[in-house]
Design a protein around this ligand. Structure first.
Ligand SMILES: [Zn+2]
Length: 615
């Protein structure tokens, strides 16, 4: 997963800063279903799901869901709803949006009630074919949930497809979509024999392939052995130059990923992308042959779009296949905490940067800016060990550490990459480790998860036998700051400390459907002097029109030499537009940036080139 809000701390450091932000539900259940009652369902067969979404149900934002199956006895069938979606490490209780539950049967009249908060108990009472049906409210703008408009819906199978509790997930099932003739259906799931029917080999596949239904744009491109299909809503959003650039970025980012892991694990992949102005930043969730991204419309031509796309596609290997043992197999009735999200998410994020530079989407300077941005993010967050941050994400900590394993894990990956290359004279790298762990656990191990021995064993082998016990104690299990002054020179890099005298507005903003909204005004800043208030929407600063979160960088560049000038600042306050006067005020800021080391040794230069070029 990747959640990002855009930056809005003009007060904070770099223009490239991207701030992860916690969202808002509450973890409320550890193992609430741990009931005294036996929780093994009677066996069911011939499982068929149907989902109806058309112009009529769209008006009330509902999906009509049914699950039909066969039974052979009269023992209770226990049908449970997942409480989380793998990749979104939080408890969400999807069952709460199911309404108007009905159970019908053929050959008898089933009786039913609830066994626990997310489990229905159905006693067949002579019925041999049973249908559980309900309406599902699809109104959650969240990539792990379900959402709809008058002409579009997306859903995650975890939200609406119940499973027989306590039984093997290895049952085949079909999903039939009933919708308008002129609407489309897009999913990674394999088509079945009937029109708009899809088939899954087991429950894991079934709930790991979200659907888009409605009026959609579809664009496909072959990259190596796989077809990449991009499905977007609303129609017309990703077209022309934006579509061409997105397609070009895909063709550049995927081959370096395949080079790392040694294979392309799927023959087709689907990017399911929704642009919506009520989304303030970007959030995307990986699946085994697709991902679902929800983006603010300004992302359509923003440099963060290829970055988040690379992150999600990289999960094809790292986490959807190569996965910590604690999360194999996935289970859907309770959290599956692990200490390894710094690898599953953090190192995925490292490779999102790496494959962009190797594919020529960004240059080496931009790569170093991304590293610098992550160092800045970690520096401003509370000190926390990577393993602890990984475990506690499930509790939704409020201190700013909930997603810190993304940037900090990415930096740990960067350090490991440098150290392995240094120890092996650039013969091996973190790429070697990723391929090794992927191939030995997922591929040769028939889908088994990786353990600490698998991971650190692979790291040590790649680093010519060097032990990483001390590294783990200090930087993964421990809280010591990363030793950049000794690590960076090994890769021909250095930490540059510089002072910048630059204009400073002194406010924090967020983008919502109405525009760029002021969230905070610094007490002593220029914005406060101008009379900007929290809740104002910024329209113009000087001669810079404000339509996205990057206006701060443009302002700093445009007015760099205008200290002491006064410029108009236009806001919308309520229904009224107001022109205020902003004093241009420069401020001295110390900036630490990762930079190229002009005195790098030949070995360090080879290591640097190895990281940037994949050699
Ligand atoms: Zn992720």
């Amino acid at each position: 997963m990747n959640r990002t809000n855009f930056p809005l701390l003009l007060a904070a450091a770099t223009a490239a800063a991207i701030v992860s932000v916690a969202d808002i539900a509450v973890a409320q259940r550890a193992d609430r279903g741990a009931a005294a009652t036996p929780t093994v369902s009677a066996p069911i067969t011939n499982v068929r799901y149907a989902v109806t979404f058309d112009r009529t149900t769209a008006r009330s934002r509902q999906l009509l869901v049914s699950m039909t199956f066969s039974v052979s006895g009269n023992d209770p069938v226990l049908l449970s709803m997942p409480v989380w979606t793998p990749g979104a490490y939080e408890i969400s209780d999807y069952v709460r949006k199911a309404t108007n539950v009905r159970v019908t049967g053929e050959g008898g009249t089933p009786r039913w009630d609830k066994l626990d908060p997310d489990t229905w108990r159905v006693v067949p009472n002579g019925a041999r074919s049973i249908t559980l049906a309900f309406s599902y409210i699809a109104d959650s703008m969240d990539n792990a949930m379900s959402w709809s408009t008058r002409e579009f819906a997306f859903f995650n199978g975890t939200n609406i497809l119940p499973f027989p509790e306590g039984r093997s997930p290895d049952f085949t099932a079909t999903v039939t979509i009933n919708t308008e003739a002129d609407w489309q259906v897009a999913t990674g799931m394999a088509p079945a024999d009937a029109p708009r029917a899809f088939a899954a080999r087991n429950y894991h596949d079934l709930v790991d392939m979200p659907f888009f239904i409605g009026s959609l744009d579809v664009d496909s491109v072959r990259i190596g052995e796989a077809m990449f299909r991009t499905v977007t809503y609303p129609k017309g959003t990703l077209r022309g130059a934006n579509r061409d650039r997105f397609r070009d970025h895909l063709t550049r980012m995927v081959p370096p990923m395949v080079a790392v892991f040694g294979e392309m694990p799927v023959s087709s992949y689907t990017n399911l992308i929704l642009f919506d102005s009520t989304m303030s930043g970007a959030a995307a969730l990986e699946h085994q042959n697709s991902h679902l991204g929800i983006y603010s419309p300004f992302l359509v031509d923003h440099e963060f779009l290829p970055s988040i796309t690379a992150h999600e596609i990289l999960h094809l290997w790292n986490v959807k296949r190569m996965r910590p043992a604690e999360m194999v197999p996935y289970r859907y009735d309770r959290p599956q905490p692990t200490t390894w999200l710094w690898v599953s998410e953090g190192i995925t994020d490292y490779y999102a940067d790496v494959v962009q530079v190797r594919g020529g989407i960004i240059d080496s300077t931009q790569f170093l800016e991304l590293v610098t941005g992550k160092i800045g993010e970690v520096a401003t967050a509370p000190e926390i060990a990577l393993e602890d941050a990984s475990l506690s994400t499930w509790t939704r900590p409020v201190d700013g550490t909930q997603y810190i394993y993304y940037p900090k894990g990415s930096l740990a990956g960067f350090m490991l990459d440098i150290m392995i290359r240094d120890a092996s004279n650039n013969a091996r790298s973190l790429d070697t480790v990723m391929r090794d762990v992927y191939q030995t656990t997922f591929r040769a191990g028939n889908g088994r998860g990786f353990t600490s021995q698998d991971w650190w064993g692979a790291v040590s082998r790649a680093a010519s036998g060097r032990s990483f016990t001390d590294f783990n104690t200090r930087y993964i299990d421990g809280r010591e700051p990363f030793p950049w002054s000794t690590i960076l020179p090994l890769a021909g890099l250095r930490m540059n400390v510089d002072s910048i005298y630059e204009p400073w507005i002194g406010l924090a903003t967020n983008v919502d459907s109405a525009g760029v909204k002021v969230m905070e005004v610094e007490p002593d800043g220029a914005a406060r002097a101008a009379g900007v208030e929290v809740g104002d929407y910024l329209l113009r600063v000087g001669d810079i029109a404000v339509s996205d979160p990057d206006f701060g960088a443009r302002y700093r560049a445009r007015y760099a030499r205008r200290d002491g000038d006064r410029v108009p600042l236009v806001v919308r306050r309520g229904a009224e537009e107001r022109t205020l006067t902003l004093p241009v005020r420069n401020r001295l800021r110390t900036v630490e940036t990762v930079a190229f080391d002009r005195n790098a040794s030949p070995k360090a230069l080879r290591i640097r080139a190895g990281i940037l070029k994949g050699s």
